[in-house]
Design a protein around this ligand. Structure first.
Ligand SMILES: NC(=O)c1ccc[n+]([C@@H]2O[C@H](COP(=O)([O-])OP(=O)(O)OC[C@H]3O[C@@H](n4cnc5c(N)ncnc54)[C@H](OP(=O)(O)O)[C@@H]3O)[C@@H](O)[C@H]2O)c1
Length: 258
């Protein structure tokens, strides 16, 4: 079974983890940094991020963790964060889209979107779009499997009765606090699927030599070496309309460690 301690050296690799100051995101930052990665900790509060980094460096004095200010309820803030990242780094090996809120009352952001959808999905989608050139450049220079995007979802879309994406504002407003969480988590799954279709191992981008991004959706690394039985299992999973992408510390399993 996968354990964070089984990660190999991540020296020379750069990661960005949203919502990195606490919870799953914090553990992810900690374990990536402990294995030598440079980690950008996406956070909306510089105070909380600084305290979290101090905690990491108490245990791992050599840890290279930096704050990237990023507030998901402001798309301007997302654009600014992407710009800041690109001004500092030419490569990005792992983009971990983790920040999230759950079951909050209905509210609309200043950008005009329901707050859970914007925090959990739209801000991540925009961040990914802005960082795609860096991810693809990393994939081209470092090879297949070197650039990965992890869309942290959950069972929320199943648990809270989400059957399909809802686009009508009125319907979304009446769908319940948990239902809206489920919608945003379905969007996370669909983002991974779309990224895989557009940039995954069998995509036109990959075949054309323009770069390949792994999302974990196809488990391409397993596909390359698996037995016929495993391949059959993978094929069944691929036909499922949506599945949770990764959860908890399994996030790290998807880190680009090749
Ligand atoms: N925990 C679980 O059992 C579980 C299960 C399934 C899926 N997940 C998913 O895993 C992810 C992390 O969950 P968690 O339990 O670790 O959550 P958490 O402990 O509540 O941490 C959430 C992180 O997201 C950040 N965040 C919230 N709103 C933000 C905003 N507007 N801008 C920037 N950052 C913001 C928080 O920052 P602040 O500290 O500033 O609030 C925090 O760093 C979520 O996507 C969640 O849906 C969790």
């Amino acid at each position: 079974m996968f354990q964070p301690s089984s990660l190999p050296s991540l020296n020379g690799k750069t990661f960005l983890v949203t919502g990195g100051n606490t919870g799953i995101g914090y553990e992810t930052c900690l374990n990536l940094a402990a294995h030598g990665a440079r980690v950008f900790m996406g956070a909306r509060s510089s105070q909380k991020a600084t305290a979290a980094i101090a905690k990491i460096t108490e245990t791992y004095p050599q840890a290279d963790v930096r704050v990237l200010l990023l507030n998901h309820v402001s798309l301007d803030s997302v654009m600014a964060a992407a710009k800041t990242f690109k001004s500092k780094e030419a490569r990005l090996h792992g983009l971990i889209l983790n920040a999230g809120i759950m079951a909050v009352p209905y509210e609309v952001t200043k950008d005009g979107f329901e707050s859970q959808m914007q925090t959990n999905y739209l801000a991540h989608w925009l961040l990914t779009r802005e960082l795609l050139p860096v991810l693809l450049a990393t994939a081209r220079s470092d090879g297949p499997g070197s650039a990965r995007v992890v869309c942290v979802s959950s069972e929320g879309h199943r648990t809270f009765g989400v059957k399909k994406m809802i686009f009508s504002d009125a319907e979304v407003a009446g769908f319940g606090n948990f239902g809206r969480y489920g919608l945003s988590k379905l969007a996370n799954v669909l983002q991974a699927k779309t990224l895989n279709d557009q940039y995954g191992p069998s995509s036109i981008s990959s075949k054309g030599g323009n770069g390949e991004i792994w999302t974990g959706f196809l488990d391409a690394e397993v596909d390359a070496s698996c037995t016929a039985a495993l391949r059959h299992h993978q094929a069944i999973r691929r036909r499922m309309p949506c599945k949770p992408v990764l959860r908890g510390s399994r996030l790290l399993q998807s880190a680009p460690t090749a």
